[in-house]
Design a protein around this ligand. Structure first.
Ligand code: WTA
Length: 655
């Protein structure tokens, strides 16, 4: 990009602007073009959310909108009964929208599949019956480990239809991570594929999975989607082919009437210890939260728009905005199997042209990567259908914001920077695109029905413009309902710090004089790599499980491309010396244990690690060293010499 002085100059000029106005043509047609919803909701947040919930189809009405007697174990729309798959499918088909495209699926090698709402409903019913035929019913956990293919959506909705909570594992995680998640959640079934494709290569998925699953006696069924045709071992009595099971199943499966608080899914996410947290979401509140936010943050006109969220279904972004929020609103979406640079670096923009994408939702790290590749890949394709852009996952630096606005959106499309978490399930802080001006770098204001504040360590509100801890001050319908089988961890992780209803987010933030929130980053031991949450403790424990390693400490180091990059300080056993081949071995080992995305970018060999007298590793100091900052207080260290040694050896390395 540095080679393009004209563009560079244009971006510089944009960076001088604090505010960007909503483009007039956008405002004129926007669903919401003023702050009246914010105001109405502020008056009576629970009543306002009830109004949004009533836009869904309920089999039986709720008695209480919000029950908080057991706070922080909140219940939304208690007594009400509904079904998520009915709301995402049957309701639309009954309204005559059966022929509307739910997904334009685009495969890695350019294959295309068009899946209508009617087809999705038919497949979901068969899949639901196939699961039932294996004895799976309400409350039984079903694991899903699939690539970005339409079957992943069918599987999720089939689970929702029969009340079996799903536990989706991101396809980029290793088989060992799948094993761990299946064990923690006691899954009785796993839905996976024979193989997966990645940039022209084929990998054997089922064979890998088999390597780790044998000891799980509760896992009685593995349903296998034929995707790549690679060799695939099948075990009699346990393993079934997806296509055969669906063909044999009854085509009709009525949607189960489920309690509003019936568990919809568990999604494992990184916390500050090595064990991932099983974040639990339920039915009525979740669907209310994602349906309203999808429609209004993306200003959806369901009969015209083509929405594309580039996330993987295995993350919360995929759950809420590829699957549930999109389908509940009868939207048409693009689903793409592949990587952004295969078969070429302009593939995303080619897809925008081909499918006439009007709303694009992606992550800042992807935008930075596209910036690096150069504007020619973007400008080679027609993006005139685009009218709204969104980002999620990490703070967006103003330069990437300006590039997104100027190059991708041609100065015509509002950009919504959406802050939220796996725990919140729904977008919480952003700008409503037809109603609120944008400020690059700031996410925006809390959405209607959401209350956020920045507080100090004791929970006292800080002044505007002062950095502190982000908290959410009142329950919202999509909020997590707990951590799977770990109620104490739920209490201590989110509620003990400030006391319910004040939810501890784990992010540092600042609210500016205009009430816009600038989210800075995590305050716990969670690293954000390309918008993906990784736990330092989890990576450390994977490194330490390598036979040559004695100890390890992992930190997130600022990185221009990925936001943060994983940097590991490693002490070897005995007299071993570290070298490049051992670095590769350790990276590979972590890839096997967790997944490729957890492999450290940098491995630094150290004779010892800085520890307090009680033996706690001081990551803060390692971070100072890695970022080349003045070292903080070292007086509490058992051996202050250690940090100087590490700093000196890193100086050598950089030379
Ligand atoms: C970070 C992803 C700044 C934040 C939906 C949060 C953001 C964590 C933004 C949640 C944003 C997400 N601006 N930071 N717009 N969006 N984050 O659970 O640190 O994978 O706590 O959910 O990502 O990550 P998670």
């Amino acid at each position: 990009m540095a080679d393009d002085p004209v563009l560079e100059h244009e971006l510089e000029a944009l960076l001088e602007r604090e505010w960007f106005d909503v483009p007039e043509e956008f405002r004129e047609r926007a669903l919401i073009s003023d702050l009246s919803e914010h105001e109405r909701a502020a008056h009576d947040p629970v009543g306002w959310w009830e109004e949004q919930a009533s836009a869904l189809d309920w089999f039986e009405p709720w008695q209480h909108a919000l029950e908080d007697e057991d706070a922080p174990f909140y219940r939304w729309f208690a007594g009400g009964r509904l079904n998520v798959s009915h709301n995402c499918l049957d309701r639309h088909v009954q309204a005559g929208l059966g022929e509307r495209v739910a997904f334009h699926w685009h495969g890695e090698e350019g294959e295309q599949r068009r899946i209508t709402y009617a087809q999705l409903l038919a497949d979901v019913q068969r899949c639901a019956n196939a699961l039932k035929a294996r004895g799976i019913g309400p409350g039984d956990v079903v694991g899903i480990y699939l690539p970005m293919i339409p079957e992943v959506v069918v599987a999720m909705l089939a689970c929702a239809r029969i009340g079996a909570p799903h536990n989706v594992v991101f396809g980029g995680f290793s088989a060992e991570s799948v094993h761990e998640r299946m064990a923690f959640s006691n899954a009785s079934c796993l839905i996976t594929s024979d193989g997966g494709r990645r940039k022209g290569r084929t990998v054997a998925v089922k064979a890998e999975v088999d390597r780790t699953m044998d000891d799980l006696t509760h896992l009685e069924t593995i349903l296998v989607v034929r995707h790549t045709g690679v060799d695939c071992p099948m075990r009699d009595g346990r393993d079934l082919w997806w296509d055969e099971a669906l063909a044999a199943a009854d085509p009709e499966c009525p949607a189960e009437s489920l309690d509003s608080e019936h568990p919809l899914f568990i999604l494992y996410s990184s916390g500050s210890t090595a064990k991932p947290k099983g974040i639990q979401h339920t039915t009525g509140g979740y669907l209310t939260g994602v349906t309203w936010t999808f429609r209004n943050v993306f200003d959806l006109r369901a009969d015209e728009d083509v929405f594309w969220c580039t996330a993987d279904v295995g993350w919360i972004t995929g759950h809420s905005y590829i699957v549930y929020g999109a389908l509940a609103n009868a939207a048409t979406s693009v689903m793409f199997e592949g990587a952004p640079d295969y078969p070429h670096k302009g593939i995303w923009w080619e897809l925008c042209e081909r499918y006439g994408v009007t709303i694009l939702y992606t992550a800042p790290t992807a935008i930075r990567t596209c910036m690096k590749w150069g504007v020619e890949h973007v400008r080679g394709f027609d993006r005139s259908a685009l009218r709204l852009l969104g980002t999620v996952g990490e703070p967006i630096n103003p330069k990437a914001w300006a590039w997104y606005w100027h190059v991708v959106g041609e100065g015509r499309c509002p950009v919504v920077d959406t802050w939220w978490q796996t725990e919140t399930a729904q977008i919480m802080i952003t700008t409503l695109p037809g109603a609120q001006r944008m400020k690059p770098g700031a996410a925006g204001t809390p959405l209607p029905g959401i209350a956020a504040k920045v507080v100090d360590g004791e929970g006292r509100e800080v002044q505007r413009d002062v950095q502190g801890l982000l908290t959410l001050r009142q329950p919202w319908p999509g909020m997590l309902r707990g951590l799977y089988r770990e109620p104490d961890r739920y209490l201590s992780g989110y509620w003990e710090r400030f006391g319910a209803p004040n939810y501890f987010v784990g992010d540092a933030a600042r609210e500016d004089r205009d009430g816009y929130f600038w989210v800075i980053g995590r305050v716990d031991d969670v690293i954000n790599v390309s918008g993906h949450r990784m736990s330092t403790a989890e990576v450390e424990s994977a490194i330490v499980s390598h036979p040559k390693v004695a100890e390890a400490a992992v930190i997130g180091q600022s990185d221009e491309d990925t936001g943060q990059a994983i940097c590991a300080f490693v002490t070897l056993r005995g007299e071993l010396d570290g070298d490049d081949s051992l670095t590769d071995e350790i990276r590979e080992h972590v890839g096997q244990r967790i997944g490729k995305l957890a492999r450290p970018r940098r491995v630094i060999w150290t004779g010892d690690l800085p520890k307090t007298r009680s033996g706690k590793i001081m990551r803060r100091l390692l971070k100072d060293i890695a970022e080349g900052r003045q070292l903080g207080d070292v007086t509490t260290l058992r051996d202050p010499g250690v940090v100087h040694e590490i700093a000196a050896s890193m100086g050598d390395e950089d030379e």
